[in-house]
Every structure is written in structure tokens, then in C-alpha cells.
Ligand binder design. Structure first.
Ligand SMILES: Cc1ncc(COP(=O)(O)O)c(C=O)c1O
Length: 371
């Protein structure tokens, strides 16, 4: 008998792991404050929370005698039909998952063999390198320029040189810079025959008209990722979906965890789609507050906000004030939780999620006190 514990595979054991957001209760405790007195602006969640219509649907579901005791539908039939109404695409082109994160992981693993390549353009969502690492994929980074614009020429060149087992992952609007992927660049990449995952986690804040989903009809190598975590206020229930060629969806259904979308997420997702017009009012309010915050930030010495199509703003911090991390820490002491980065392009930056309209004055007061 061996007394040695099992070891994870060597390449996994050496990985640093993903740096997730610290729970609100813990951050509040560190600041010596009550959670309800803090502004949680670090994870781009919907500040208005779960919509009452979605909450009611969940409450009603709890009363059903078999709620939670039977497995959810592995084919996600009702949810995919609801998503079909929401997106205007056929259910055969839709697959739901436990967050976009699960579907990114599934797509990477399903399409690329170990040793395959992911091309990304940092700074972007930290999940991509994490998933590349755990799936033994190589990462080619074509960093954005100093203004966070995509380097189209270099990106196209990298795609031309890459082998067949390559996926380009782009984010539109990008997290954290807030800009959309130019449509002509996306088309040029697809015209080169690249497989492109376009992560539209924040597209509702730009407006669904800004989506590239219409390109799915002509480009079978395009995969679009979406989530309910941001616009629909149900990040904690874990629900995302992919839009892709029906053949790929069929293959992914075969290899996904059969019950990957839990019953509560399914019910909440359908209810959110049924309440989409109502939730749209929250989205409008978030966009208005984003514009108000942007204008207010422009008047604060030492802070330069970047225009954003999303529900957050990236702010450049003048080195005279300190680093992004310094300001992040000072804000945390007054109960404003934001996001900083280790990426060298972002040392002097801070990302802040858009609060509720009624929280804007408090945010600006605390920001001024932290400066
Ligand atoms: C660009 C991007 N994609 C995907 C996600 C994750 O989505 P989900 O909560 O559906 O896993 C996030 C969350 O921060 C994100 O910023």
C-alpha cells in the first residue's frame, strides 16, 4: 500500500490557477464594513440584481413537487427554444452551458488536440489563458497597442502562419477595454479560414445590433459565446450559451456533461428571456449611468476613462496618483471594490463596473476621498 496521495499531472501541478473575484463578504470584512455598505464593482454583474419576474419564476418552480429532485433536460429543449426566440436563430444552432466559461472550455477541448493553439489579444479575459493552460494548448498573444486597439495586421499574419489546429479568441466588447471587434477584421479572419470564437458576454450593453451573429449564416467556423451573467443578473446561477453551426452543436451536445445546465438556471434563463423587455430598462439605465460616470471621470484630475460599449469602464491612473493597484487598495478601504491587473499594459489602470444610478454619487464621493 502506498501512503502517497495521487498527484495531478505535472503540467497542471505547476499552473498558478485562475484568480477569481474575492467574495463580497470577505472583501467587506477586510475593509471592516458591512457588505450592504459596500459597492461591489469588480465583476461586471448587473447592479440591479435578479429581476423580480425571474425571482417569481424561481419561487414558483420551488413549489413544484419534483423541483430539484429529477435531472434537468440534457437536450435543453425548452431553454434552447427560448434562446431561439431571443436570438432569432434556430435552436439547432444553440447550446447552453454552466456559464460561457464551461462552453469556452468545452469548445477548446473539443476542437483542439493537446498542443493546439489559441490566439488571443491581451489585455482580455483571463479565462482564455487559464483554459489554454489546463488543456495543454499553446497560447500566441498578439497584444493590443498602447491605446488597446487590436493590431489587425499582426493578427492576420499570425493566423496565416498558424496551423490548422488553431482558434482565434476575440472579445466584443472587450473586457477590460470596452471596445467592439471591428466587423471588417472579423470577416477578414474568417475569410482566411480561421476558426474564431467571438465572446459577446457584454453585447447587450452595446446593443444586440452590434452582434456579429448574422455572420454565422456565411461562416461555419464562427462560434459566438454569450452569457446571462451580465445583462440578466444571474451570474450566481451559471448560465451561458454558444451560437454555432448546427453540426458543431450536435457534436458538442454528444460530449458535454449531460446535465450541465441545472434546473434553476434553466428556469431563470427562460424567465429572463420572457422579461427581456423589462430587463432592457435596467440595461438602458446602466448605459445612462456609464455615460454619466464617464463624464464625471473626465473632470477628475489624474484619471482618464476609456470610452466603453460595456457595463464597466477602464480608467488610466496618472502615475502621480499611484498605480492602479494603489488606487484599487485605497478604494477598497472605503468599501468600493474594483479590479486591477498584473498585465504590464494595465499597471496604471483600474476597471470599475457600472453601479446603479442611485449609487453614482456615493461612488464619486468615495472616489474623491480615495484620491
Ligand atoms: C469576456 C467574458 N466572457 C465570459 C465571461 C464569463 O461568463 P460566465 O459567467 O457565463 O461564465 C466573462 C466574465 O467575466 C467575461 O468577462
Amino acid at each position: 500500500m502506498s501512503s502517497q496521495r495521487p498527484r495531478v499531472r505535472a503540467h497542471l501541478a505547476q499552473l498558478p490557477g485562475y484568480a477569481p473575484v474575492v467574495p463580497l463578504a470577505e472583501r467587506a470584512r477586510q475593509a471592516g464594513l458591512q457588505p450592504e455598505d459596500c459597492l461591489k464593482l469588480d465583476a461586471n454583474e448587473n447592479p440591479y440584481g435578479i429581476h423580480p419576474g425571474v425571482r417569481d419564476a424561481l419561487a414558483q418552480a420551488l413549489d413544484a413537487p419534483d423541483f430539484g429532485s429529477i435531472y434537468p433536460d440534457p437536450n435543453q429543449t425548452e431553454l434552447r427554444e427560448a434562446l431561439s426566440r431571443y436570438t432569432g436563430l434556430d435552436p439547432s444552432m444553440i447550446l447552453a452551458g454552466a456559464g460561457a466559461d464551461e462552453l469556452l472550455d468545452l469548445s477548446f477541448r473539443a476542437i483542439l488536440p493537446p498542443g493546439g493553439t489559441i490566439i488571443t489579444c491581451t489585455p482580455s479575459f483571463g479565462m482564455y489563458p487559464f483554459l489554454a493552460d489546463i488543456n495543454e494548448l499553446n497560447l500566441i498573444d498578439i497584444p493590443r497597442d498602447n491605446h488597446f486597439a487590436l493590431r489587425s495586421h499582426e493578427l492576420l499574419e499570425a493566423v496565416e502562419q498558424a496551423g490548422r489546429d488553431t482558434i482565434v479568441v476575440l472579445t466584443s466588447p472587450n473586457n477590460p477595454s470596452g471596445d467592439l471587434v471591428p466587423r471588417d477584421l472579423l470577416k477578414r479572419l474568417l475569410d482566411l479560414g480561421a476558426t474564431v470564437i467571438l465572446d459577446e458576454a457584454y453585447i447587450e450593453f452595446a446593443g444586440l445590433h452590434a452582434s456579429a451573429q448574422d455572420l454565422l449564416a456565411d461562416y461555419p467556423r464562427l462560434i459566438i459565446m454569450r452569457t446571462f451573467s451580465k445583462w440578466a443578473g444571474i451570474a450566481g446561477l451559471r448560465l451561458g450559451y454558444a451560437l454555432a453551426h448546427p453540426g458543431l452543436v450536435t457534436d458538442l451536445i454528444k460530449i458535454k456533461q449531460p446535465y450541465n445546465v441545472n434546473q434553476a438556471a434553466e428556469i431563470a434563463g427562460i424567465a429572463a428571456i420572457n422579461c427581456a423587455d423589462e430587463i432592457g430598462k435596467q440595461i438602458d439605465a446602466i448605459r445612462q449611468t456609464r455615460d454619466d460616470l464617464f463624464k464625471a471621470l473626465l473632470t477628475i484630475d489624474g484619471l482618464t476613462p476609456l470610452p466603453s460599449e460595456s457595463n464597466f469602464i477602464l480608467i488610466a491612473v496618472d502615475p502621480n496618483i499611484g498605480t492602479g493597484r494603489n488606487l484599487h487598495d485605497r478604494l477598497a478601504q472605503v468599501g468600493v471594490f474594483t479590479r486591477t491587473y498584473s498585465d504590464p499594459l494595465l499597471t496604471n489602470h483600474l476597471r470599475i463596473s457600472i453601479p446603479r444610478a442611485d449609487q453614482l454619487t456615493t461612488l464619486l464621493d468615495r472616489l474623491n476621498s480615495a484620491l
